[in-house]
Write a protein that binds this ligand. Structure first.
Ligand SMILES: [Ca+2]
Ligand SMILES: [Ca+2]
Length: 289
């Protein structure tokens, strides 16, 4: 959430967008139940926004700011899935509510759009049900910066769609498939920021054979925490490959192998003294998690 935090330590930095989702199921439709956003105080004085019902009647409303309620729709006692998109900006922020969306991409028309609703910067959430013997269940709370984050989609599946792989033919979307035949399987294309539909191996990584082997490549920060990436090296092509994990921050490993990272740029050096008869081999391998 680093990129979303403002100078006051709240989620709500100007120019960022938050996608927050949750499941909500009240045991009745009359007041009071709510998923609440708070600032500085988890009690009522700190409540700045919410989704639920704190009004006469049986509707679900968006509360933003504290004493302003805008209709989302009729309430019910089913499990409802909400995605809340907040676009933070100077002055009041824009809020979009999607109720029970079924699309893997963001629908063009939200259930409710409230532009300039309120200052939505917040530092707490709470789940309220205090009167009428009302109880409410909340589950599966997700916070992220994209629609895919909000619906909990596997990040590789998101990439398959956004990279054009899916549209190019359903049978070649597998993690180990290589439809462009550049010897970089899709999973590795994802991890290295390659194009899975273009023979682009030369631009994805480079190697230098001075003093052993040095490989240089860029990692996709959106992918690296969702899959394993290893450099494998060996003295012979038929021999045993030694795995070196590639992680953000780098590290030093057996046989003098050093992984250095600078931002998303990674350099791996396998010293020349590991060579046999002047030969040293290395390759990159992606492992699905
Ligand atoms: Ca490929
Ligand atoms: Ca490629």
């Amino acid at each position: 959430m680093n990129g979303l935090v403002d100078a006051n330590g709240r989620i709500g930095k100007d120019g960022t967008s938050l996608y927050l989702s949750f499941l909500q199921q009240p045991n009745g439709t009359s007041l009071f139940y709510e998923f609440e956003f708070h600032r500085g105080d988890l009690g009522d004085p700190g409540r700045i926004a919410g989704i639920g019902n704190d009004r006469p009647g049986d509707n679900v409303n968006l509360r933003a700011p504290n004493n302003t309620h805008t209709l989302i729709g009729a309430g019910d006692t089913n499990v409802n899935f909400y995605v809340v998109r907040i676009d933070f900006k100077a002055g009041n922020d824009d809020v979009r509510i999607y109720r029970n969306p079924t699309s893997v991409t963001e629908p063009g028309v939200p259930t409710l759009t409230k532009l300039g609703a309120a200052d939505m910067s917040f530092d707490g959430i709470s789940f309220g049900a205090f009167v009428n013997g009302r109880t409410v269940m909340h589950d599966e709370i997700r916070v992220g910066t994209s629609w895919a984050d909000a619906i909990g989609e596997d990040p590789y599946v998101t990439w398959v769609r956004e990279s054009g792989l899916q549209g190019a033919g359903g049978s070649n979307t597998g993690f180990d498939a290589d439809p462009d035949r550049d010897a970089i399987p899709n999973g590795l294309e994802w991890l290295l920021g390659g194009n899975p539909l273009v023979f682009d191996a030369a631009s994805v990584w480079s190697a230098n054979a001075a003093d052993g082997l040095t490989l240089t490549f860029h990692i996709n920060p959106d992918a690296i925490s969702h899959a394993g990436l290893f450099l494998q090296w060996s003295k012979t092509l038929s021999g045993t490959w030694t795995d070196v994990p590639i992680q953000q921050g780098g590290g030093t490993y057996a046989n003098g192998v050093v992984v250095q990272s600078n931002g998303n740029a990674v350099t791996v050096h396998v010293p020349g003294y590991n060579a046999s008869q002047g030969k040293l081999f290395a390759r990159l391998r992606a492992v699905e998690e």
